[in-house]
Design a protein around this ligand. Structure first.
Ligand SMILES: Nc1ncnc2c1ncn2[C@@H]1O[C@H](COP(=O)(O)OP(=O)(O)OP(=O)(O)O)[C@@H](O)[C@H]1O
Length: 767
């Protein structure tokens, strides 16, 4: 329970004093910053004047270098100081706006009581070396999130400390004014959380630093798990906790970890813009962000036209009439399994003995080294060596061969033709070079010959450069053919019938021949490629975060683990939102179990849901298995409404009414959620004239903005809106079991109001 304390005046006085101190410090730092800035300008302007330049002899030259080095060091030291000051100014501005949000009074066993104030960064009083504000990530701050008044324990680098908490208080402060304060129990202030969650949604996600809940704190501060898996229902704060965790890790390991060493895989490009302000709000730099699809594209290069995951999704939701539909769905499922990964492993073993395919090395239409010869060279190498090592050796041999061939090539007539086109300067230069190399004897019989040979060698060398580069990049391996041949294997992967395998193989090959790479093939293709060429791992990355982890196939996760071998992984997700066919997390999080092994994996579960009103959470929880476990946060709003419409024409009036109503209430972010991109486009066309501010979101949309938007359900993943209107929640549109989770995901995007329109009989998921 919480109550409003009566020492408001004292607290307001403290806010006033701390704000004053912050403002004074800001003033001082701004002056210091100005001085450093002009010093930097001076150093740059006078750099050469302050350096004594003299290259007369070795001693003078050394002195010149020493003096240059000294100036450069001075400059970089000043620039570093300026960066530090800039960071301090940023933090002080944040603290000026709101210096702290919480306070705990604690006493270490038997000691005196100390009041600890928590904010987004720490603030030290220079006069007495005391912290006026502690960073929310400091070890002691953990007590605030984990305990209520009573006995406490917290960990420091020097061991555990026990004591007593006598007070836990929350504040809302804006620019020196204490707007409100509450004393609270273990959970952090219902009042403040009510206040935060009751607000209208924003185009950008907000940091939850002032109201982190105990179970979220455990996720944020976990330091030991190699793999941390978090399962939580829609709106339970998984993404929020993940981002706070990034900020925590950056603070905790600030000596050794930088934002570039952290990668977040997000569900769609728009999501990147949605979460982009959270870390800067916490005074940290953003980590690297990408989607898995973008990452595949980057690694795949241009050999194929890659289907993206949303095209695949669209097909899965609309392609029911395609006679190949069932085979394609089975193919997508198969290619996401670890059984298929192992199938590729066995194929790689076979390739060690036979089956590698190469491309001939061709120059000006002439085969320099035939693929037959390359194959022979490859298989004559020691078979006990693994394929990547053999390929390295083969590359060396091919490069040598090319050197020899380039000598032959110099005699070709095209070289003479090119020589004729050269101007006198090139001949003069050849003359100079040969003279320098002492290969030129004036008036000797070979003069012209030497010059010609020299220039011919250079011409051929220049033309061969590209071939040599391609060879070094292993472009002589015919990867598409090797991958296609995988589907000629007679025996099917474990768990797949021979007949199904043959159909999958035929369909896959058909698309690969067209130079199309189905999305489900991209990971197996890259995996095979890297098993042959050697994995190009990224060892710089230390933490990988995967949001919406339930949508990744086991194969994709294993692939990521191999790519980032030095990294710890945090996977957050919700099995009830697995919307992709390949996701094997349909019922549990089991695919994660054998990723790093039990010893190194920790599971955490969130049950409370914060995004939506209690009415919406209770309504949506009924759609999924285990929904009764979800604990809604106690915030109330209108009951969701299901409206059955009899004809398409009734939509105009009904939509107008609902949208007008929401706008009148002041809601700024409204989504009309459709099942597919196709449906979204139709709806947009239909209403764009009536609603001028309507926008259509598709897979290319990269920024998330307020307003009224039409969006396919699978792109609304991870984001939220004040109000959601499910455009057609009819049984005709949503009835397959495989669509249940998509439907649930769509409905759970609403924070305050949810309306569902159904053309005829509503979906059975609403029963
Ligand atoms: N401790 C908290 N304090 C304040 N707000 C919170 C807290 N936890 C979550 N929220 C809010 O709840 C909403 C949902 O959070 P978030 O998007 O992180 O959930 P999620 O579990 O990732 O959801 P989903 O799986 O549906 O995408 C956000 O508006 C977030 O700010």
């Amino acid at each position: 329970m919480s109550n409003i304390p009566d020492d408001y005046e004292t607290e307001q006085q403290r806010v006033h004093e701390v704000t004053e101190l912050i403002r004074n410090r800001l003033e001082r730092i701004t002056d210091e910053n100005g001085e450093i800035k002009s010093e930097i300008v001076d150093i740059k302007r006078n750099f050469w004047e302050d350096v004594t330049v003299n290259f007369e002899d070795a001693a003078e030259t050394a002195e010149t270098y020493a003096s240059m080095k000294q100036q450069a060091e001075l400059l970089s030291e000043r620039e570093r100081s300026q960066r530090l000051l800039r960071d301090q100014v940023k933090l002080l501005h944040k603290l000026e706006m709101s210096p702290y949000f919480g306070r705990i009074d604690i006493s270490e066993d038997g000691g005196s009581v100390e009041a600890i104030y928590l904010g987004v960064g720490s603030l030290l009083d220079d006069q007495n070396d005391k912290y006026l504000v502690y960073d929310w990530r400091a070890p002691i701050s953990s007590v605030y999130y984990d305990y209520g008044p009573g006995p406490i324990t917290y960990r420091t680098p020097n061991g555990a400390i026990t004591g007593e908490m006598t007070l836990k208080r929350q504040y809302i402060i804006r620019y020196g004014k204490l707007l409100s304060m509450f004393d609270t129990g273990v959970t952090i202030g219902d009042e403040i959380l009510q206040n935060v969650l009751g607000k209208h949604s924003d185009a950008q996600m907000k940091s939850i630093v002032a109201t982190i809940q105990q179970e979220q704190n455990a996720i944020i501060r976990n330091e030991h798990a190699k793999l941390l898996v978090v399962q939580g229902p829609a709106g339970s704060g998984k993404t929020s906790a993940a981002l706070q965790r990034v900020a925590y890790l950056l603070y905790r390991f600030r000596e050794s970890l930088t934002a570039e060493q952290i990668v977040l895989f997000s569900p769609n490009p728009m999501f990147n813009s949605y979460v982009s302000t959270v870390l800067p709000e916490l005074g940290e730099q953003n980590m690297q962000q990408t989607t898995y699809g973008q990452y595949l594209e980057h690694r795949l290069g241009k050999a194929f036209e890659l289907e993206d995951q949303f095209q695949q999704m669209e097909y899965c939701l609309t392609g029911y009439d395609d006679p190949d539909y069932d085979t394609i769905i089975s193919s997508i499922k198969l290619k996401g399994t670890t059984a298929f990964m192992e199938y590729i492993d066995r194929y790689v073993q076979q390739l060690g003995h036979a089956g590698m395919q190469f491309k001939s090395i061709v120059f000006r239409g002439k085969v320099l080294i035939s693929k037959k010869k390359i194959t022979e060279m490859f298989y004559s190498l020691d078979p006990s060596l693994n394929i990547p090592i053999r390929l390295r050796e083969l590359t060396t041999q091919l490069l040598k061969e090319l050197t020899a061939l380039s000598k032959e090539e110099q005699k070709e007539s095209w070289v003479d033709e090119e020589l004729e086109l050269l101007g006198t300067e090139q001949f003069v230069e050849a003359f100079q070079q040969l003279k320098r190399k002492k290969q030129y004897h004036e008036n000797s019989f070979n003069d012209y010959e030497a010059e010609r040979n020299f220039l011919a060698a250079r011409i051929v060398q220049e033309k061969f450069k590209k071939i040599r580069r391609q060879v070094k990049l292993l472009k002589y391996i015919d990867m598409p053919m090797i991958y296609c041949a995988l589907f000629h294997q007679e025996h099917a992967p474990i768990g797949t019938t021979n007949a199904l395998w043959r159909s999958i193989a035929a369909l896959t090959e058909e698309r690969l021949i067209q130079k199309e790479m189905p999305y489900e093939d991209a990971t197996p293709y890259l995996y095979l490629k890297e098993r042959l060429e050697g994995f190009s791992t990224n060892t710089a990355v230390k933490y990988v975060f995967i949001d919406e982890g339930q949508d990744y196939s086991p194969f994709q996760l294993h692939y990521l683990k191999r790519i980032f071998p030095r990294s710890r992984m945090t996977i957050v997700g919700d099995i009830n939102q697995s919307i992709f066919v390949h996701a094997s997390t349909q019922d549990s999080f089991s695919p994660f179990e054998n990723l790093y092994g039990e010893q190194e994996t920790e599971y955490m579960t969130l049950l409370r849901s914060y995004r939506s009103t209690q009415e919406i959470i209770e309504f949506t929880a009924k759609m999924i298995e285990g929904g009764d476990q979800i604990v809604p946060f106690n915030r109330h709003g209108k009951e969701p409404v299901v409206t059955v419409l009899e004809s398409d024409d009734q939509y105009d009036k009904a939509i107008d009414e609902v949208l007008h109503g929401w706008l009148r209430e002041g809601y700024e972010s409204v989504a009309i959620i459709c099942k597919t991109a196709m449906e979204s486009a139709i709806v947009y066309e239909r209403f764009a004239d009536r609603w001028k501010t309507l926008s259509l979101i598709n897979q290319e949309t990269v920024t998330f903005e307020k307003g009224i938007m039409v969006i396919p359900a699978y792109l609304a993943k991870g984001v939220e809106f004040d109000c959601v209107l499910i455009y057609d929640a009819s049984s005709a549109n949503y009835h397959l079991e495989s669509e249940r989770k998509l439907f649930y995901t769509a409905c759970t995007r609403a924070m305050h109001e949810l309306q569902l329109f159904s053309l005829g009989q509503p979906s059975p998921f609403l029963d």
